[in-house]
Write a protein that binds this ligand. Structure first.
Ligand code: MLT
Length: 326
């Protein structure tokens, strides 16, 4: 029979008490990789880089942005779902997290249970835009040209699952008019071609279109939110301009791989909240037609509930449209 003296028992108790402290080893102690599932220079990249910079300052470690583009944002999501759940690989993704689980029937990762939610980040309005010399001055004229030209119009987007793809589907359905889709690895490169005039139209987030519309390098016809956007005060809402029920905005959230320990998720969440409270981020977001979410919405729980409800909202719509990626 084993016998322990008082001193040995006290030592064991101390060791047991020390175990939780070990589980909560300092984090982070090295740079963190923030995966952006679309090309550099686009709207997700813009939001991600601003947030990454502010999170770096709060965490005391660099949050390095890594663009893992392709398959409408699902390749980047896959990279994070399959990463070690240690907090050093995180994902900034958008509304595609709600549509991909239905749009893609064959994925090599679990698009719903493969992640821990860290918090919501922002909601971004979309804008209907065209090349600078597109032959329409307003949305009514745009609709006439679209109905006349149909598939002769090239519609740029970032692949099935991208917000620009979703907005294009809604637009084609609202106008009952098909366009020819031109997919890119993100709307950053698509915007270069729109400015160059090699594609005709796009529906993209204000974080990518505001400065181009203001500079006159592309033409803006409408914003897809119920209210006008302060950064683009002259741009009518789609409803004002004659397209009611054409409403869509693009929410973004931060994720870690499933089974990331809760103290690490909480540490990342604190850094996210600090970024959302950063006045310079709020100013830059406002310049680009968006705003940080109120911090009460930037919790893992609110994020997960919102995301699950959004998956349930999109599933029947996608199934009814019968439009799948595979
Ligand atoms: C991007 O960052 O390129 C966009 O968010 C793509 C999209 O969803 O349209």
């Amino acid at each position: 029979m084993l016998r322990f003296g008082k001193r040995a028992l006290l030592g064991m108790a101390a060791a047991m008490l020390a175990t939780p402290a070990l589980a909560q080893a300092p984090f982070p102690t090295r740079p963190i990789s923030m995966v952006i599932p679309f090309a550099a220079g686009g709207p997700t990249d813009t939001v991600g880089r601003l947030i990454a910079q502010a999170m770096s300052a709060e965490l005391g470690q660099t949050v390095v942005v890594e663009n893992v583009a392709g398959a409408g944002g699902s390749l980047g999501a896959q990279r994070v779902a399959q990463a070690r759940p240690d907090g050093y690989t995180i994902l900034l993704h958008h509304i595609g997290m709600s549509t991909i689980p239905t749009l893609y029937r064959r994925l090599s990762y679990d698009p719903i249970n493969g992640f821990e939610t860290v918090g919501l980040v922002t909601e971004v309005p979309m804008t209907l835009v065209a090349r600078r010399n597109f032959p329409a001055n307003n949305l009514q004229e745009f609709v006439q040209v679209a109905r006349r030209e149909r598939e002769r119009l090239n519609y740029a987007n970032a692949g099935i699952g991208a917000a620009s793809h979703l907005c294009g589907l809604l637009l084609q359905s609202a106008l009952d008019t098909p366009f020819t889709t031109v997919p890119y690895r993100g709307t950053g490169p698509a915007m270069n071609d729109l400015v160059a005039g090699t594609v005709d139209i796009m529906c993209d987030q204000t974080t990518n279109t505001t400065e181009q519309i203001r500079a006159g390098t592309i033409r803006g016809f409408a914003v897809t939110t119920r209210e006008r956007v302060a950064a683009l005060p002259d741009l009518p809402t789609a409803a004002e301009a004659g397209l009611p029920n054409f409403e869509v905005s693009v929410w973004h959230g931060l994720y870690t791989p499933r089974a990331t320990p809760r103290p690490i998720v909480d540490r990342l969440n604190r850094a996210l909240v600090a970024a959302l409270r950063d006045e310079s981020i709020a100013r830059r977001f406002a310049d680009l037609g968006t705003a940080p979410v109120p911090v009460a919405r930037a919790t893992p729980e609110v994020h997960r509930t919102f995301w699950q409800a959004d998956i349930a909202k999109w599933r029947p719509l996608i199934q009814a449209a019968g439009q799948y990626a595979d």
